[in-house]
Design a protein. Structure first.
Length: 408
């Protein structure tokens, strides 16, 4: 038996306890948003300290989505070569190193480079963690595992801005998030030798056909991409939108925290709903309409109830854990889960990278936020249609298998 096949066999034999699996998911998921969402409240301080313009600093708001797209496309091939656990471990290492170094390097170029390293590590984990959950033999049920993943992901986004309320120095606000990354690294290090080369399992028929041949994959991409684009606009620009329309900075930060906290609730609810509801179609429609109402509030009554608008945008943000839950619910084999995730998330994050940058450009060109907010309302309605189509009871494995059959 070769060394490689021995590693593969060890990965198949390994079975993790529920506590070990849950800890691995929680530790990693906690690091997948805070390093990004902690930047927006101190972006003005970073811009002043590093001496860059507003438009140049706006590149930082576009960077997460663009890097998520690029690295997301690379994640599945890396996992098929190295294994899911070793690839995820490399992602955690990148997150920890980038967050620890980023605030102290003294130039925008190096700050930008470290941010690239951070979001590259996050991108790998974004794509591969759902497949790792499906692929890993564990005493923890898949529904509980996905609920923990999506709930802690929401928690990560919610607590990121909190550091700006507790600390005043922007460098401390950012570097504090290196600590949970180091803890996650320590948790995942022993898992790599234990699980070995744990490549995602799946059949060649459903695993080999291009994912672009699946209609459901495209609907999921549109749903995930529009939600992520809106979320990154919220993380990057909502505090500025509210501040420019007369809302205090602390209130704007709390609105952002409310948005993230609703994602925690959504992370618990959405995998449970996906596992139990026969007809999910009304769910993305309702959530998308709530998102549109939240943007309407920011447009027409920003100062009257900014926390209410944040709450509504947060409830609408439950589309995100719904989309993540669908990655597992609309597939059977871990290989197809990984490939669907590697198709949906990079494409969706490409949309998420482009829209925040365009929002910054459009706000300058149009001299305000009115036209931008109208656009966000329209995109919320498009998201409702994509989500409704993605929630049809279709299995992507079957779509791919049907398209491999020769025509008669």
């Amino acid at each position: 038996m070769t060394e490689q096949s021995s590693q593969d066999s060890a990965a198949l034999r390994a079975r993790l306890g529920a506590g070990v699996t849950l800890g691995a998911i929680v530790m990693l998921a906690l690091n997948l948003r805070a390093g990004v969402s902690s930047l927006a409240p101190v972006l003005g301080q970073v811009r002043a300290a590093l001496g860059v313009s507003t438009s140049t600093a706006g590149l930082l708001t576009a960077l997460p989505g663009l890097c998520f797209a690029l690295m997301g496309w690379c994640a599945v091939p890396l996992a098929r070569k190295l294994g899911l656990t070793p690839t995820l471990l490399c992602g955690v290492l990148a997150i920890a190193a980038g967050l620890a170094l980023r605030p102290w390097l003294g130039s925008f170029a190096l700050f930008f480079l470290c941010t690239v390293v951070v979001v590259a590590g996050i991108a790998v984990a974004n794509v591969l963690l759902p497949a790792w959950i499906k692929n890993t033999r564990s005493a923890l049920s898949p529904v509980v595992a996905m609920s923990a993943y999506t709930a802690v992901l929401g928690l990560s986004g919610a607590v990121g801005p909190l550091s700006s309320l507790l600390l005043r120095d922007w460098q401390l606000v950012l570097v504090v998030w290196a600590l949970p990354a180091v803890i996650a690294l320590a948790w995942w290090l022993p898992l790599a030798p234990r699980l070995g080369r744990d490549v995602p399992r799946g059949t060649q028929v459903s695993g080999g056909k291009p994912m672009r041949t699946s209609p459901t994959a495209w609907y999921l991409l549109g749903f995930f991409g529009l939600q992520s684009a809106g979320a990154y606009v919220q993380m990057g620009w909502l505090p500025q939108m509210l501040a420019d329309r007369g809302v205090g900075a602390d209130v704007a930060a709390w609105a952002l925290i409310l948005i993230g906290s609703m994602n925690i609730l959504g992370g618990v609810l959405m995998p449970w709903l996906c596992a139990r509801m026969r007809n999910l179609v009304p769910v993305p429609i309702a959530l998308s309409l709530i998102t549109a109402i939240g943007w309407c509030g920011v447009l027409w009554q920003p100062t009257s109830a900014p926390l209410l608008w944040g709450l509504l945008l947060g409830i609408g943000g439950m589309c995100f854990p719904l989309a993540l839950a669908l990655l597992g619910q609309r597939t059977r084999s871990p290989l197809v889960t990984a490939r669907l995730s590697g198709f949906v998330q990079p494409g969706g994050y490409l949309m998420a990278g482009i829209l925040p940058f365009l929002v910054g450009v459009m706000s300058v060109a149009w001299g305000g936020w009115t036209q931008v907010l109208v656009l966000l309302i329209v995109l919320s309605l498009v998201m409702a249609w994509c989500g409704a189509r993605a929630c049809r009871p279709v299995v992507v494995d079957e779509e791919l298998a049907q398209r491999t059959k020769p025509r008669t």
